[in-house]
Design a protein around this ligand. Structure first.
Ligand code: NAD
Length: 361
């Protein structure tokens, strides 16, 4: 039984980690939780029945000797707690973004190597079953030669945009620094060697002056293709969709329903016919219906489709069995480096365009 401690008891901790780790009670036991905010700590301790609650992280490590520490603090606090946990002999799973700078990421990787402890970054969407299946299909050549992809992530306005006190507004790039990492690590799962990025954005909701833009678009340009990313922050809607295109086909993914559709509207030398459209729509509906039914049963009975659930169990396998883990510290560092390229272009483009509603970089 692995002894696990959690630092940071906010949204992600209470919605994902604590419930998931409690479900994994045959593998892990939660030996302590830590948060600087006493009120939050007390609430979480009572709600989840975890009496070992600390405001002092070092004390928790010294008294509980966790074998694994899960880091769910805001990004600016990751580096210090990750390094201390590694130094005290724990394996560490840290939420994305791994850190705010590549230098800090490297410090974590070095500490992991120096102390012989494992380090993983929660890139939860790479563990999304639909995305994993898509990566397998691409690797097997099912859509021919990979040509590129498009990623659309929509964060509801009240998650961050409407709240001036949310820490995301103080990250490099603001809210881009919070959801951008998802788009980057998804890009890096399929793109080889990122060489450049292009950014444009639009400020749309003047009622939130602390938010620099509610529509941010960027292209991640690599040797084998481009990921065109759209991040929307101004709607009351939520969404996470990806399209992956190859010479012989196209995959459409809804990461939230975990449905993957193998889109096929092959035309050849003919004009696009109604028959081709009908066939492709019917096929899409059939694939969606089948996946929906299977996912519905799996989700209801086993609740094992969640990217965090899969990521956590894979990290435990990595710790206990030295199994492969695709969200390593090195991947976290690379994600931070590419995000930094995007943020720099985004912020540069805001300077001359400060008086305009449209920006481009
Ligand atoms: N993978 C995802 O889908 C996903 C979703 C949401 C958040 N996240 C990530 O999870 C992390 C936390 O986000 P959140 O939304 O839960 O934030 P949050 O603000 O809801 O919670 C963070 C908690 O950490 C506490 N804290 C801050 N500094 C601390 C320190 N030094 N020691 C102990 N506690 C400290 C705060 O008091 C707060 O309760 C971030 O890195 C964020 O990017 C990931």
């Amino acid at each position: 039984m692995l002894r696990v401690a959690i630092v940071g008891c906010g949204v992600i901790s209470t919605r994902k980690y604590i419930p998931i780790l409690k479900r994994l009670k045959k593998r892990v036991t939660i030996v302590g939780i830590c948060d600087l905010n006493e009120e939050i700590l007390k609430q979480v301790s009572t709600k989840f029945g975890i009496p070992e609650a600390y405001t002092d992280f070092s004390r928790m490590l010294e008294e509980q000797h966790p074998e694994v520490v899960v880091v769910c603090t805001p990004p600016a606090a990751h580096t210090k707690v990750v390094i201390e946990a590694l130094e005290k002999g724990a394996h560490v799973l840290v939420e994305k973004p791994m850190a705010l700078t590549s230098v800090d990421c490297q410090k974590m990787v070095d500490a992991s190597n120096q102390h012989g402890r494992k380090l993983g970054v929660m890139h939860n969407q790479v563990f999304n079953p639909a995305f994993e299946e898509a990566c397998d299909l691409v690797a097997k050549g099912e859509i021919g030669k990979f040509l590129g992809m498009r990623t659309f992530l929509m964060t509801p306005v009240d998650d961050m945009t409407s709240n001036p006190k949310h820490w995301a507004h103080r990250l490099p790039g603001g809210v881009l620094g919070e959801t951008g990492p998802h788009a980057i690590y998804l890009s890096l799962a399929l793109l080889d060697n990122v060489t450049d990025v292009q950014v444009c954005w639009k400020k749309q909701l003047p009622e939130y002056p602390w938010s620099a833009a509610e529509d941010i678009r960027f292209d991640v340009i690599a040797d084998n293709g481009i990921n065109s990313v759209t991040l929307m922050y101004g709607s009351n809607q939520s969404g996470a969709e990806i399209e992956i295109v190859g010479t012989e086909g196209m995959l459409k993914l809804d990461l939230q329903s975990r449905i993957l559709v193998h889109h096929n509207r092959q035309v050849g030398t003919e004009l696009l016919t109604p028959k081709a459209i009908i066939t492709s729509v019917v096929s899409g509906l059939y694939q969606t219906g089948t996946a929906f039914a299977v996912n519905g049963v799996v989700h209801r009975v086993w609740k094992t489709l969640d990217g965090h659930y899969i990521g956590i169990t894979r990290f435990l396998d990595y710790v206990e069995k030295n199994a492969q883990f695709r969200a390593s510290g090195e991947k976290g560092k690379l994600t931070t480096e590419v995000l930094d390229m995007v943020v720099r272009k985004y912020e540069e483009s805001q300077r001359p365009a400060a008086s305009s509603a449209i920006g481009q970089g």
